[in-house]
Design a protein around this ligand. Structure first.
Ligand code: ATR
Length: 273
C-alpha cells in the first residue's frame, strides 16, 4: 500500500486524510494517508525518515512550506515562484521533487467550482504573506485586467508586485492605494480575520457584480465574508474549495488521476454544520 502523509503543526484539525481517502476510494485506489504533527525544527529529519521508510508523497502545511522548499532536490516552476512547497514526491531515483498546488487550487475553485471569471477582471488581494506569494503566479496566468495587492505593511505588497511584474499588470502598496477604485474580484489573504478583525476597506469598493473570496474557511462565515455580504457582493465564498482543489492537484501529481471534487466539498461542508 502506497504511503502518504501531511506534516504540519498544528495538525489535529487537518481535513487532508479525509479528502485523500475520498479521492482514493473514488478512483478505486488503495492508499494510506496520515496526518502527522511535526515539532518545529524537526521537519527535515522527519521528512527524510518518512521517505526512507517507504513514503511516496508528503503534503506540507503551516509552518513548514519553506522548509519543504529547501528540502526538495527539484522544484516545479510554480513552487519556485511561490517560494514554498506543499507537495513532496519521491522520484524513482530516490531524489525528492517539490511542487506547490495552492495557487492552482484557488484558481480552479473560483473558475470551475464557483463559475467566477478572473480573465479581464480587476482583482484586489488583501494581505502579502506566504499565502499570497503562493497564489500569484496561477492568478496572473489567468490574465486579469489589473491586480492590486494591498497590505498593512505596504513594503511587503510592493515587494511582491515587483517580483511578479513579469507575469502581468500587478501593483502593490498600502490600503490607501485602493483610493476610489472598484474591483470585480476581492480575495482576502490577510490573517486579520483570525483575530475577528476586518480590514478597513472603502465602502464603495465593490460593484453589484463583485465576487469576494476568503482563503480561510470555518464553520461560520468569516469577518471578511460578513463584510462582503453587508456590501451586497454578488457572490461570497470561503477557502474550503481551495483546500479540496489543492489536494486534488497533489493527488494528480502522485497518482496521475484527477478525482472529482464537488462531492468531496459538499461532504465536508455537511460534516462541518
Ligand atoms: P500567511 O502564510 O497566511 O500568508 P503570513 O505570511 O504571516 O501568513 O501573512 C499574514 C498576512 O496577514 C500579512 O499580510 C499580514 O500583514 P503584515 O504583512 O502587515 O503583517 C496580515 N495581517 C495579519 N494580522 C493583521 C491585522 N490585524 N490587520 C491587517 N493585516 C493583518
Amino acid at each position: 500500500i502506497d504511503k502518504y502523509a501531511v506534516f504540519g503543526n498544528p495538525i489535529k484539525q487537518s481535513k487532508s486524510p479525509t479528502i485523500h481517502s475520498a479521492f482514493a476510494s473514488q478512483c478505486g485506489q488503495s492508499i494510506q494517508y496520515r496526518a502527522v504533527r511535526v515539532e518545529e525544527g524537526d521537519f527535515e529529519r522527519a521528512a527524510r525518515a518518512f521517505f526512507k521508510e517507504g513514503g511516496h508523497g508528503l503534503n506540507v502545511t503551516v509552518p513548514f512550506k519553506q522548509d519543504a522548499f529547501k528540502l526538495a532536490d527539484r522544484l516545479s516552476e510554480r513552487a519556485r515562484r511561490a517560494g514554498a512547497v506543499n507537495t513532496l514526491t519521491l522520484a524513482e531515483d530516490g531524489t525528492i521533487d517539490g511542487d506547490n498546488t495552492d495557487g492552482i487550487g484557488i484558481v480552479r475553485d473560483m473558475i470551475a467550482n464557483l463559475g467566477w471569471m478572473v480573465q479581464g477582471m480587476r482583482v484586489l488581494i488583501i494581505g502579502a504573506g506566504g499565502a499570497v506569494r503562493g497564489v500569484l503566479e496561477p492568478l496572473l496566468r489567468e490574465r486579469p485586467k489589473a491586480l492590486l495587492i494591498v497590505n498593512r505593511t505596504a513594503a511587503r505588497a510592493e515587494q511582491l508586485a515587483t517580483e511578479f511584474s513579469d507575469l502581468g499588470p500587478v501593483e502593490g502598496g498600502g490600503y490607501d492605494c485602493i483610493g476610489s477604485r472598484q474591483f470585480d474580484l476581492v480575495i482576502n489573504a490577510s490573517s486579520a480575520g483570525l483575530a475577528g478583525e476586518v480590514p478597513d476597506l472603502p465602502a464603495d469598493l465593490l460593484t453589484e457584480h463583485s465576487c469576494c473570496y476568503d482563503m480561510v474557511y470555518g464553520n461560520d462565515p468569516t469577518p471578511f465574508m460578513r463584510w462582503a455580504a453587508q456590501q451586497a457582493a454578488w457572490a461570497v465564498a470561503d477557502g474550503l474549495g481551495m483546500l479540496v482543489e489543492q489536494a486534488a492537484e497533489s493527488f494528480y501529481v502522485w497518482r496521475r488521476q484527477r478525482p472529482e471534487t464537488q462531492s468531496v466539498i459538499t461532504e465536508l461542508r455537511v460534516g462541518m454544520e
